[in-house]
Design a protein around this ligand. Sequence first.
Ligand code: FAD
Length: 411
Amino acid sequence: MKTGAVIIGASHAGTQAAAALRQSGWQDPITLVSNEGCLPYHRPPLSKGFLSGQQGEDQILLRGEGFYRDQQITLLNGREVQQILPDRQTVEVDGATLPYEALILATGAVPRRLSLPGSGLDNILMLRTLADSRLLKEHLRDAERIVIVGGGFIGLEVAATAAKAGKAVTVIEAQDRLIARALPPLLSGYFRDLHVQNGVAIRLNARLDRFEGEGGRVSHVLLAGGERLAADLVLVGVGSDANCSLTAQAGLAMEAGGILVDAYCATSAASIYAVGDCAAQLNTHTGAVMRVESVQNATDQARALAAHLTDKPLPARGANWFWSDQYAAKLQMAGIVREGCDGLLRGDPQSGEFTFLQMMDSRLVAAFSVNRAGDHMAARKLIASRARLDRTMAIDPAVPLVKAVVEMEKA
Ligand SMILES: Cc1cc2nc3c(=O)[nH]c(=O)nc-3n(C[C@H](O)[C@H](O)[C@H](O)COP(=O)(O)OP(=O)(O)OC[C@H]3O[C@@H](n4cnc5c(N)ncnc54)[C@H](O)[C@@H]3O)c2cc1C
């Protein structure tokens, strides 16, 4: 009997890998193991529509229950893989042994924890899972003063949701600007102003010292300079690390903080693959081995792996893309922020609709669009085709971005 594919983790990467395997004609069994006790769901709404109450749990499912049955995908829900035994091509799942022909690690990422005094107090929360978001939503209802540690995407999306609900919100960021890892300074400044206009206090260059509590619950956040901020609720959003708890014992090669994979998502061990947030792969646009934490990366890698395992041609890899919703601003990013680029501004940030283009040797390498979905869709194609742009046309928001192309390397 064929042992089939075993997929560890049933989120964006794992569920897409299962679906894409079936779509590509994989006939053998597929077992999807999830340690979350619910049907696989979209993670982005956890800090946006689900947290604000605009979307219910049934509206954020990746696939309906019938999908797994119809596609003959065995979903082992609420079950955890404890160990991989590569020599025997098996995994241990809660005391049972599961053999595999192909093992796909889609174990994602885990949020970084703080180890400051008081970090263990109640009402200091993190956000990664549906259970986390349910808890945060519940606590947000009664809290009035919310301190968010970390001015990255998750922290700022939660800040926007809480501010819209009328809460007093303070964001503490250790760097001198917001979302510094993913955005150029112009966009960091735009989002700082947007939050300030919505009543959020932003503390840049701020160092946390400790948390203080009363009755086991957090009551104050202390900064290194001695400042004491009152808080009914603290959300810690200081980034995440690849979930590699199974990989050390399996002896898989690691790089850039993730499980090293090749263009086909194969790890250093035979018949073991990794996709999504846990995987580190050579990015053909930046030339660096990196982990990319986005839904697009998770689904694209899963599709590429399914093609490889079913002997189909690899789908063409497009540009990386990502989005974030804060207040009425829909930020859509294409490409990856780079050092040493020059920037072109298309449109006026004051109008709430603009695109910031990052150029390298006249080629478009990244584009950050706020409420300009057309620019974003065009930029994805132009970055993938390594297009050169005419600068004068590119900065004119009345001219479609594709009209600014002077040369394309790939069709
Ligand atoms: C609040 C939030 C908002 C986000 N917003 C956006 C956004 O707007 N746009 C965007 O592109 N991206 C966004 N992201 C990032 C995006 O959700 C991730 O890049 C994506 O979820 C990665 O998918 P994944 O399948 O690789 O990993 P994950 O989604 O982390 O899933 C991994 C799964 O594996 C399970 N697992 C781990 N170990 C085991 C084990 N041993 N046994 C069984 N199961 C296991 C985990 O519990 C988890 O369910 C957001 C993330 C968060 C947390």
